[in-house]
Ligand binder design. Structure first.
Ligand SMILES: *[C@@H]1O[C@H](CO)[C@@H](O)[C@H](O)[C@H]1NC(C)=O
Ligand SMILES: *[C@@H]1O[C@H](CO)[C@@H](O)[C@H](O)[C@H]1NC(C)=O
Ligand SMILES: *[C@@H]1O[C@H](CO)[C@@H](O)[C@H](O)[C@H]1NC(C)=O
Length: 525
């Protein structure tokens, strides 16, 4: 038996050169897919057969790269977020005085609606069903707001090991499925803005939100997705949480020197930056000229792919334009409603679309006004450019706190933004000290044992080679709440202490009685 296992293993090592890999990406956010594409492409270029189910099929796929497009099934998330929302929301919630907590709760609800909408569509999508009926050596599945794909993989009898891919930090529902600790006394939840050390109130908030998100995910998403799948296929399936606890490992889009030091396991591997440096986009001629002709350098300004910058309220745009026009530097602003060759007003060039990473690496670009999305922040730290972060939602406040903590930048509020806060922020970000510390942060961030993309490829192939034979999770994921938190052990110890105290009390009473009895006898004599 043993020899057979070894023979099989040796065979597997050789065979990993052309493994069958399935990638499942049911989320509609474009920036998420941008993190995963270089890995999928590289795996195919290494000779594997890669099948990718996604809302954003790549152009010019390499050989043996099969695309199952989900385009048209649900709306893609590109430039969909209206900035007026952040103005209105803050006024109402501020007046309630519980802005931060309520904000986080409201923010996550759309993720559930999105997940259930996509799930109800993909259960009835023949190209996906066909892809799921084939055999694979490993399955890569995005672990964000849905476990529908895990349920479908089960329904179609897929047996391969599963690797979770995360374009963000571990979401609150991730640690339990791999068995890594997320003690809220010091591990901030994704939507918090507290780092690095939490005070009492922050720990209280962090604990409540940690528990809330886990319950929310379970009841607002997992249970409902299970019901959708069962209804469609007319039979019971296992709890999606149990299927999720079968994942072999997670690849996470973070790196400790930027995102903070938190517990990891062999099966939680940081690959932050794996999407960089693998495709070069040319800088358009007119932008290059604008850069070349700048005397004091250029500040790049972009609020990412999801936010529709042109939806900014007029008074807020006036504040921003007025502040930026006082800079001696030039500004390139990603802004959808601008001319083909950009729209120039004073020192500000509004541009519909920018090759962001290439611009950040350009020597004339000296700072970055951003929303604190993890991708933009990763590009900025890689290029060593300081950031002024205006966080809006999700992990952006936490990223703002991280940038501040490591000297990569500074964060200011959008709701309370004024010409003064903007100019003060820019002054500190453009200072020689901040530019130096951003370059330093970049050097530390780049100092790795291996390139992050190579690291990701290694781990995928390692899981293909060894699968179940090499567990990377901790057994914490098999413990229930009482066992994991040692409540049963604590109860027994407490009971033992109480019993010892009781016994001691009886013994001491006995001794006291004996002594006092002896004394009484003495008096009688
Ligand atoms: C594609 O797959 C076929 C069949 O496994 C193989 O012969 C071929 O070399 C692969 N092509 C590339 C470019 O890897
Ligand atoms: C768990 O994963 C293994 C492969 O790693 C697979 O063989 C097994 O069927 C999976 N179990 C369930 C319940 O899906
Ligand atoms: C910008 O400057 C670089 C080098 O200084 C030069 O190679 C390039 O042609 C210039 N581009 C434009 C559009 O002026």
């Amino acid at each position: 038996m043993r020899t057979l296992a070894i023979l099989l293993a040796v065979f597997a090592v050789q065979d990993v050169q052309s493994a069958r890999i399935l990638g499942l990406f049911p989320h509609t956010g474009k920036s998420h897919q941008m993190v995963f594409d270089p890995l999928l492409r590289t795996l195919a270029e290494r000779g594997h057969h890669v099948t990718v189910v996604s809302f954003f099929p790549i152009k010019n796929p390499p050989a043996n790269y099969t695309i199952v497009s989900l385009e048209g099934i649900a709306a893609q998330g590109v430039e969909t977020i209206d900035l007026a929302y952040f103005d209105n929301r803050n006024k109402v919630l501020n007046s309630l005085g519980i802005d931060r907590v309520v904000k986080q709760i409201f923010e996550f609800q759309p993720l559930a609606d999105l997940a259930l909408n996509v799930c109800s569509k993909i259960v009835d999508f023949p190209p996906l069903a066909d892809a799921l009926k084939k055999n694979y050596d490993v399955i890569l599945v995005e672990n964000f707001n849905s476990d529908c794909m895990l349920g479908l993989a089960h329904v179609h009898g897929l047996k391969a090991p599963i690797i979770s891919l995360l374009s963000s930090y571990l979401m609150q529902w991730c640690p339990d499925r791999i068995g890594v600790t997320d003690n809220p006394s010091y591990v901030p939840i994704v939507s918090s803005e507290h780092r690095p050390k939490l005070n009492f109130y922050q720990r209280l908030e962090n604990t409540i939100m940690n528990v809330y998100y886990k319950l929310w995910y379970r009841y607002a998403i997992q249970m409902k997705e299970k019901a959708i799948i069962e209804k469609r296929f007319g039979r019971k399936i296992p709890d999606l949480q149990d299927l999720a606890k079968n994942v072999s490992m997670m690849l996470v889009n973070t790196f400790h020197s930027m995102n903070g030091v938190y517990p990891l396991l062999p099966g939680v591997v940081e690959v932050g930056g794996m999407h960089l440096d693998h495709k070069r986009q040319p800088i358009p001629h007119y932008i290059e000229r604008f850069l070349n002709e700048s005397e004091h350098g250029v500040v790049l300004f972009s609020w990412g792919s999801l936010i529709k910058t042109a939806s900014i309220p007029k008074y807020k745009e006036d504040i921003i334009v007025s502040a930026l026009s006082k800079l001696k530097q030039r500004v390139i602003w990603k802004y959808e409603d601008s001319g083909e060759e950009g729209t120039l007003t004073g020192n500000i060039l509004k541009v519909r679309w920018i090759p962001q990473y290439e611009l950040l690496q350009h020597k004339k670009v000296i700072a970055f006004i951003a929303h604190g999305g993890l991708l933009g922040m990763t590009e900025a730290i890689s290029a060593g450019k300081p950031m002024l972060i205006v966080p809006f939602y999700g992990d952006q406040p936490l990223n703002g706190a991280s940038a501040t903590a490591i000297g990569l930048g500074k964060a200011i509020s959008y709701a309370d933004m004024s010409e003064k806060t903007l100019l003060d922020g820019l002054k500190s970000v453009l200072s020689a000290e901040m530019r130096l510390s951003a370059r330093q942060a970049s050097k530390i961030w780049k100092d790795r044992i291996a390139d992050p993309l190579d690291t990701a490829v290694y781990w995928v192939e390692r899981v293909i080679r060894w699968g179940d034979q090499d567990p990377l999770h901790s057994t914490a994921r098999d413990l229930n709440f009482i066992e994991y938190n040692l409540l049963d052990v604590a109860a027994v110890i407490l009971l033992a202490i109480i019993m010892i105290i009781l016994i001691l009390r009886i013994v001491i009473m006995k001794i006291l009685r004996l002594i006092s009895g002896g004394m009484k006898k003495e008096k009688l004599h």
